[in-house]
Write a protein that binds this ligand. Structure first.
Ligand code: M6R
Length: 611
């Protein structure tokens, strides 16, 4: 996920592009760059870090030009660096492109460009392949539009690409396939961008570009071509939102937007590593069968929400790989002289990859000889760089402090790792594996369906938002999810919430149950369902008010509960992918009713880089 902006017109392109990129930093912020044509020469300036770093690099240079393209990056292929930043240029310096998405066949195109055209690549990105390919074609065709058409015919993947050419400084060409692209219509100026917020200050009239369409922009005219390269007409879309609403794509808060992005995050995280036979492809991870068999112990270490993903990871890895797994919070692990040796696999989980406690625990484990694998969302982050292997989540940038889509994509990685290791080690057979993968593949759609019930959860939140304390209970995997539900509620609504394994209640905590005490009870594990019903009866007998979460079809629990939320039927092991979502939504709507600052809760930061 990256942000892209292009401009052609009577004003200075650089100022408009930098301004637009700042509005898109929520799409990615690990490096940024700009390309213009000044006095007949194509110039590219780019820098690792946010837009501020790019502005420092540009300094007082006005970069006077009426045409330009700019990019803010969220790394996928290649760590954040000056060289991997966009725009990318062709070898002869005549073409510059920016790209959002993935070129699936970049490897074969790259080999061909090296072999047949002696291209020397400067970056590790798939995107540079686009610049070089267009550059080679352009040498023959001498026409940017025709060259982009020809290049796109060779590419597979998902992309929004914007290209300019030194020898045609009067045009921009953009193309879209499965990545957002819009065109802004000005007077004597036209714009292209990945998202509306980049352009709102300048235009309110937009063309929404569809898949497989190509756009040719001059300062006076915008022409759209369909997949057969025929010119087509497009209705103008009049934007009525303000800039803030547009960044959130119409959602009131980033947290809600990110909750709704979970089906996409799950599907990306799963499908990017599945081959056509349903086999998990751990490209970039060098764990061999012999190494997997050698591990006598696995540690999963993380903080906060990522730690809660680790609790699910322990359950599933122990079940499928039959090796003991210990889960620890990073700030504890590093100070307790843990039993780590060269037969230990250490798994660090971190959305940001910059959490100091997690990083320090990782270093501690590494120094004792452990093999370090991390599950990270931010490409090229410190945790990723210091690990032997990285399993990236494909959540995209998470802006809200309360983690939602990072958690569910971390869970997906846990399932995939467990399945991969289990199959390699022979602790699960191919039939079990195939069925599990098929079940995982159904989850994005099931979650999409479940999200349609959000209004029911909003109604419950409106009635329950003023409770002073809330308990979350569950057994097995439901207990792991309870911890995450409780954290979500306390961090954004400031309600004192507490999670406990349901079977443990009677050993002390049940003393706190009084008439009206709100208990959120997860009963999504079929094999523990009857036990959960008994635990609910115990607290109902003390007057608790119970909101239960169960799978569709398990209706008998309704008799013992005050409120019910049903999640779609799915195998027990993967219910956390959905059962956490009503808890996220409940926390969100309760915090909203209480008037809290949802995306930036008090006392918290998105990335905790202190001890
Ligand atoms: O970036 P990380 O995943 O390493 O962050 C760890 C925790 O700080 C984080 O999960 C925190 O608990 C969440 N913001 C809670 O929603």
């Amino acid at each position: 996920m990256c942000g892209i902006v292009g401009y052609i017109g009577k004003d200075n392109a650089k100022d408009i592009i930098i301004d637009g990129l700042k509005k898109l930093e929520y799409r990615g912020y690990d490096s940024a760059g700009i390309a213009i044509v000044r006095d007949g020469k194509l110039e590219i300036k780019k820098h690792v870090g946010g837009i501020a770093n790019l502005e420092n690099l540009i300094g007082d240079d006005p970069m006077t030009s009426h045409i330009g393209i700019g990019h803010t990056r969220w790394a996928t292929h290649g760590a954040p660096s000056d060289l991997n930043a966009h725009p990318h240029g062709s070898q002869d310096g005549k073409i510059a492109i920016i790209h959002n998405g993935i070129i699936e066949n970049y490897h074969e195109l790259k080999e061909e460009l090296i072999r047949e055209h002696n291209i020397k690549f400067k970056s590790e990105t798939d995107s540079e392949v686009i610049a070089q390919l267009i550059g080679v074609i352009y040498q023959e065709k001498k026409d940017l539009l025709e060259s982009v058409f020809a290049a796109v015919d060779r590419m597979r993947g998902a992309y929004a690409i914007v290209a300019i050419a030194e020898d045609e400084p009067d045009k921009i060409v953009a193309v879209r396939k499965d990545a957002p692209l819009i065109v802004g219509l000005g007077k004597g100026s036209n714009f292209v961008a990945s998202d509306i917020p980049a352009l709102l200050k300048y235009v309110k009239e937009i063309y929404l570009i569809e898949n497989n369409e190509t756009v040719l922009l001059t300062s006076e005219k915008v022409t759209i071509f369909d997949e057969n390269r025929e010119e087509i007409n497009r209705e103008v879309f009049h934007v009525t939102w303000d800039a803030d609403a547009a960044e959130k794509e119409g959602y009131e808060h980033f947290m809600l937007k990110e909750i709704y992005e979970q089906p996409k995050g799950l599907s990306e995280t799963l499908n990017r590593r599945l081959d056509e036979n349903g086999k998990i492809n751990l490209e970039g991870i060098t764990l061999t069968k012999a190494e997997i068999e050698k591990f006598s112990k696995i540690y999963i270490v993380a903080c906060g929400t990522a730690y809660h993903a680790g609790l699910v990871g322990k359950y599933i890895i122990e079940k499928l790989v039959r090796v003991p797994v210990e889960v620890d919070v990073a700030s504890e692990f590093r100070y307790r002289d843990p039993l780590v040796d060269e037969n230990t696999l250490f798994i660090a989980i971190s959305q940001s990859g910059e959490t100091l406690d997690t990083l320090a625990a990782l270093r501690e484990a590494k120094s004792k000889g452990a093999r370090v694998l991390s599950v990270v969302n931010v490409v090229g982050s410190s945790v990723a760089r210091e690990s032997d292997d990285v399993f990236y989540t494909w959540a995209g940038p998470e802006i809200a402090v309360a983690s939602t889509k990072a958690y569910t994509t971390q869970l997906m990685c846990m399932y995939m790792l467990a399945l991969y290791m289990g199959l390699e080690k022979g602790t699960i057979d191919r039939d079990y594996y195939d069925q599990f993968i098929r079940d995982l593949q159904k989850m994005p759609e099931k979650l999409e369906e479940f999200l349609k019930k959000a209004s029911q959860i909003e109604d419950e939140a409106k009635q329950l938002y003023n409770r002073e304390q809330v308990f979350f209970i569950g057994r097995g995997l439901d207990s792991a999810v309870s911890y995450e539900g409780s954290l979500k509620l306390k961090e954004i609504s400031y309600i004192n919430s507490f999670a406990i394994a349901a079977g443990e209640l009677k050993h002390g905590t049940i003393a706190l149950m009084e008439p009206g005490t709100l208990v959120i009870a997860l009963a999504c594990q079929d094999f523990l369902y009857e036990k959960m019903v008994s635990n609910i009866q115990e607290i109902k007998a003390r007057g608790a008010y119970v909101m239960a979460i169960a799978k569709d079809g398990n209706e008998s629990i309704a008799k013992h509960s005050d409120k019910m939320i049903y999640i779609p039927e799915c195998r027990d092991e993967i219910t956390p992918l959905i059962s956490v979502v009503p808890l996220q939504l409940f926390a969100y709507y309760v915090a909203k009713e209480r008037g809290c600052n949802i995306d930036k809760p008090k006392n918290l930061a998105k990335s905790v880089t202190v001890e």
